[in-house]
Design a protein around this ligand. Structure first.
Ligand code: FES
Length: 115
């Protein structure tokens, strides 16, 4: 079963604190696995359209199922929003996914993203 490492980055100190790891159950969506661990992310639609459950994939992005058209559109909108709020470099080079749509078939490392 895939292992998910969750890193909570403390920007002020640039260190990782409160890191957690757990195993996803077979066919379990990433959002559901996080929820089972008490790491419930903000959420609204649970269908890939609101973007509330966004995460950054730090390692293992190839182990997440390809994004659907709906998820891709939502991620593009999130990147546009980040660019407007924080500048062009904020989302540059980051792999953003939606945990409610992410099926995982290998080990990954993630960090929840704030809006
Ligand atoms: S909860 Fe809406 S996109 Fe995941």
């Amino acid at each position: 079963m895939p292992t998910v490492s969750v890193k909570t980055i403390q920007a002020a100190e640039n260190t990782n604190k409160d890191d957690q790891s757990f195993e996803l159950n077979e066919s379990e969506l990433l959002f559901d696995g996080l929820d089972r661990q008490g790491l419930t992310l903000p959420h609204g639609c649970l269908a890939g359209s609101c973007g509330s459950c966004r995460i950054e994939v730090l390692e293992g992005s190839e182990n997440i199922s390809p994004a659907s058209a709906i998820e891709k559109n939502t991620i593009e909108a999130l990147i546009t929003e980040y660019n407007q709020k924080y500048g062009e470099d904020h989302a540059k080079g980051k792999t953003i996914r939606l945990s409610c749509r992410s099926k995982v078939n290998g080990d990954i490392s993630i960090s929840p993203l704030k809006s």
